[in-house]
Design a protein around this ligand. Structure first.
Ligand code: HEC
Ligand code: HEC
Length: 292
């Protein structure tokens, strides 16, 4: 759910609650004024049920969200949840009195006021915090002046610290994005986790993710080259002698270049190995020697 929708629902929740309490106050406080009683009671009921509906909706959303957290939740969230859940029995009690235990009707106003008070506290507790930190939430991207502060290890540190909270880090490392793409994603994550991910951290994280993606890409290119090298070796270098002769040899890169060149001459066919194939093959031998 978008955070604006979230804020809107929270606001509606409090407004409905406030009006419902005000109506009750009006009805109980001025019992003589009987003209609009029916309309008042109906409005109160409607608001009451909307209040409960929003509450249940947000509760389910909240439980789902927290349930998906990989990390321990912070104190603010714990208090928010504890207060929210504490209104559940009060709401049930209130509905039970309205529907079944009419004799106790006199306690409804107090109960309603209590539920509204707790709701105000837990909404204000979180909303207020975000409101106070709102200036921290702005779009951050890497610019040329940031070059000096950017550091891979710092970036990695923040990715591990910040990005595994709501989903696995696998989700982060599996994604491939352009620089702009990463800027957008990291900023979005910072927004929904506001104000925990700071602008400085956003820059480091974007930088690290772009770099690690490039490294990964390079590794993949290397892997492809190695596969090609292996195939060329098996196809082209076993025509006149066995593989044994090739893989037991140990040479420098230049020596391999000369050897392969000589083999091309032995073959006497200019199309036997293209210059690219030759390079890939020599690289493969170097890799092979290094790896064994
Ligand atoms: C407050 C919780 C939270 C935190 C912290 C968080 N994420 Fe996410 N992330 C989400 C949610 C929720 C989604 C799914 C939202 C969607 O798909 O629109 C998501 C989806 C993603 C995706 C997949 C969707 C896409 O846009 O590619 C990536 C990649 C990602 N997050 C990266 C990160 C990175 C990098 C960080 C650390 C800077 C991070 N997340 C921190 C909640 C979080
Ligand atoms: C046309 C036949 C032919 C083909 C194809 C061929 N070789 Fe040879 N190879 C030879 C002959 C003949 C010798 C022995 C004479 C020499 O060393 O030049 C040899 C010897 C070698 C030796 C041992 C000598 C040294 O310099 O260490 C290596 C290693 C070798 N080949 C590697 C390769 C590789 C790699 C390929 C694939 C690109 C290949 N050969 C393809 C004919 C061939």
């Amino acid at each position: 759910m978008h955070s604006d929708v979230n804020s809107f629902l929270a606001l509606m929740y409090l407004v409905f609650g406030a009006i419902a309490v005000a109506i009750m106050l009006e009805l109980k406080g001025k019992p003589k004024d009987r003209i609009h009683t029916r309309a008042f009671v109906l409005t109160h009921k409607l608001l009451g049920y909307s209040f409960v509906a929003i509450f249940v909706f947000m509760l389910v959303y909240m439980i789902k969200k927290v349930g998906a957290y990989q990390d321990e939740v912070n104190t603010r969230t714990v208090i928010h949840i504890a207060l929210a859940i504490s209104t559940v029995p009060l709401l049930i009690l209130k509905i039970a009195i309205v529907r079944k235990y009419r004799v106790l009707t006199s306690s409804l106003l107090t109960l309603g006021a209590g539920i509204f008070t707790i709701s105000t506290v837990f909404v204000a507790f979180t909303a207020g915090y975000y409101y106070l930190h709102q200036s921290d939430i702005r779009y951050t991207s890497i610019t040329s002046v940031d070059k000096d502060i950017l550091d891979n290890d710092t970036g990695r540190h923040f990715v591990f610290k910040r990005c595994g909270k709501c989903h696995t880090l696998e989700r982060v490392f599996r994604s491939f994005k352009t620089k702009t793409g990463w800027s957008k994603t990291v900023n979005y994550m910072a927004k929904i986790d506001a104000p925990n991910i700071r602008p400085y951290e956003i820059k480091q994280i974007i930088n690290f993710l772009i770099n690690q993606q490039e490294r990964q890409k390079k590794n993949e290119t290397d892997e492809v080259a190695q596969e090609i090298g292996k195939t060329l070796l098996q196809k082209k270098c076993t025509l006149c002698h066995d593989l044994e002769r090739v893989i037991t040899a140990s040479k420098t890169e230049t020596e391999w270049q000369f050897t392969v060149e000589r083999m091309i001459n032995h073959m006497g066919d200019p199309d036997f190995l293209s210059p690219d194939d030759k390079n890939v093959l020599v690289k493969y031998f170097m890799y092979f020697q290094g790896a064994t």
